[in-house]
Design a protein around this ligand. Sequence first.
Ligand SMILES: [Zn+2]
Length: 266
Amino acid sequence: MKKKFKIFFKRTLLTLFIVIAALTAFILFPQLLFANKMEYKKFKVCSNDKITNDIKIVLDDAMHLVKKSELYDSSYKYNIILCHNSFYNKIDDLLGFGPAARSRLHNVIIKVRIDPKSNLAFATFPKQCEVDLTYLFAHEMIHCLQAKKYGIMKFNPFRHPEFWKLEGYPEYISRRPQLLSKNYSLVDEIERYTDLKNKATGIWILTEEGGCEMPDYYYKGRLMMEYLMDIKHLAYDQILKDTVSENTIFKEMIKWKDSTKKFSKT
Ligand SMILES: [Zn+2]
């Protein structure tokens, strides 16, 4: 009986090991799970749905944004995993339900339905809304490059810089067209953020008019990156190494905003 139990225990352990190894391989190297593939420049797009040429324009636009980043690496190749309604998406949900997209090693994983022709992704959490697909690709591509430059041990779901440094930089790069538009003002945007934050009851706030809600550190982090990079001319590398607290930098930014506003009125 004891021997039989030992054999059963060993077999169960072996099966468990094989299942965990297979799941890990699927999660890290998902390309094999998808029926359709398209190679385009530095991208390999994988999906179970038909991949149309419309996605090439969106990928070109996302790459155009990413090229402006100091983390840009011309030799880096991205797997674009379009996994809405796939078995892979269900496995990925085990790592946390909610986000419209994730990055993992070289994989940009888009978990929600997309329409490349209209440059949209349809997010569902915390509520349904439409996201700019170019922004979504560029944001996740920057996460890939953060891990490439600083190492997966410093940029992973369990260990990473403070959230405002982790998310603020991809936001800063992927929202550049908006930030460089003629009517944009960092001073007004900081006021909008503080106003929204004062009214908010939780961490979710509206990032753009009519758009999606995001945790407040995406917005706050982006504004702080704008202040540190555009006004104080720091590089992302310097910001990562800097040990000054989030609170101190935020207060400094508010002081700059107040004095800039005062100056522009006189
Ligand atoms: Zn992110």
